[in-house]
Design a protein around this ligand. Structure first.
Ligand SMILES: *Cc1c(COP(=O)(O)O)cnc(C)c1O
Length: 367
């Protein structure tokens, strides 16, 4: 491949000596679970997200599920989710015994359509769990308003949106709780699995922290039946090195996205639509075409690696054959799944790689 989809090694290489030093500090400190590196990162990330609290957890799925559980969502409850999100959003709802109720996205933004949410609310609905898909913030104000009117919680899956802004304010403290993943390929990626929740409610934060630590706030005193899900110091120290660079890395992604937008504006593919209130961080740059398999094969032949996020929507997975949507279908999610194609993008991607991608797509379009 001449243009890889994402060069993770390059991103880590650029901070290798700082990360090595941070790992050395962790080893020297003797704190291999919890301790000062984790606390320091949690404070840094809460400040970055303009949120009152940050709780490090083991991964993004746990961030979602511990947030839902700590907020009291459980069996018999319904949680509204996007029909085209990564399956983890749905799985977290199942993990607390509740039911994910899918609502279709606005195909222009790929994010939950607030106008469709209201009609999905039933007597059992307890929350909306909105995903900021591909790093583009969802339209939060109408959702916040709707949740307030119906007495629902608004939770956010921000696993792809580190640093994204909604109407000028960074994602992380708008709703009742925000779940993050530090999976290595995310915009802020650890050296393995990691995650966090940010929120402004001290009680919710304490409960999430206890639930992720065997349901214990004090050692060997268990107030409820929790799990083991913690952000390891080695990961906390590594992402603390990267956090000060996140905005610059996101700016680089914005430069790549701007090249694609300009270079493909007259191409016969559908480009992402960015509402004027959205400042996305381009975790993924996703275009659409009815001829997706053909374009992907052509780009492969030109040495351009692309991926599909996501080829099968959750309700079409074998895991969800018992969800009512498996029978009724979700036409927008299904259409998007058959048309989306993610182009290479990343914090270290050379700009001339983007030009190669553009040239290849233009050739495919015969322009
Ligand atoms: C990556 C991701 C998750 C899950 O994060 P993990 O750390 O892999 O568990 C959840 N939701 C979305 C939208 C994601 O992209």
């Amino acid at each position: 491949m001449t243009v890889p989809f994402l060069d993770l090694k390059a991103a880590n290489e650029s901070v290798r000596s700082e990360i090595n030093a941070a790992i050395g500090r962790v080893l020297d400190s003797g704190w291999l679970i919890g301790g000062p590196e984790v606390e320091r990162f949690e404070q840094m990330f809460a400040a970055y997200c303009e949120a009152g609290h940050c709780i490090g957890v083991g991964n993004g799925l746990d961030a979602l599920h511990l947030l839902l559980r700590a907020a009291g969502i459980g069996p018999g409850d319904e949680v509204i989710v996007a029909s085209n999100t990564f399956i983890a959003t749905w799985l977290a709802v199942d993990m607390v015994g509740a039911t994910p109720v899918p609502v279709e996205p606005d195909p222009a933004t790929h994010n939950l359509d607030p106008n469709l949410v209201e009609q999905a609310i039933t007597l059992r609905t307890r929350a909306v769990l909105v995903t900021h898909l591909y790093g583009q913030p969802a339209d939060l104000d109408p959702l916040l308003d709707l949740c307030q009117r119906h007495g629902l919680k608004l939770f956010e899956d921000a696993a792809q949106a580190h640093g994204a802004r909604y109407k000028g304010r960074v994602i992380g403290g708008h709703g009742d709780g925000v779940a993050w993943s530090f999976y290595p390929s995310k915009n802020l990626g650890a050296l393995g699995d990691g995650g966090a929740v940010t929120c402004n409610d001290a009680q919710l934060a304490s409960r999430i922290r206890a639930l992720g630590n065997y349901g214990s706030e004090r050692r060997y005193v268990n107030i409820e039946r929790g799990v083991n899900s913690r952000l390891d110091p080695i990961h906390a120290a590594a992402i603390a090195v990267k956090l000060p660079l996140l905005d610059a890395w996101n700016d680089h992604r914005r430069s790549i996205a701007a090249l694609y937008m300009g270079g493909l504006s007259d191409a016969a593919v559908i480009l992402p639509h960015v509402p004027d209130w959205a400042d996305p961080v381009w975790h993924l740059f996703v275009i659409r075409t009815k001829d997706r398999e053909n374009l992907q094969a052509y780009l492969t032949s030109r040495g351009v690696q692309t991926l599909i996020h996501y080829p099968i929507p959750p309700h079409r997975q074998q895991a969800y054959t018992d969800n009512p949507a498996a029978d009724s279908g979700l036409p927008i999610a299904e259409q998007l799944a058959s048309e989306v194609l993610s182009l290479p993008i990343g914090p270290q991607m050379p700009l001339d790689h983007a030009q190669e991608v553009i040239a290849a797509i233009r050739d495919w379009c015969r322009i």
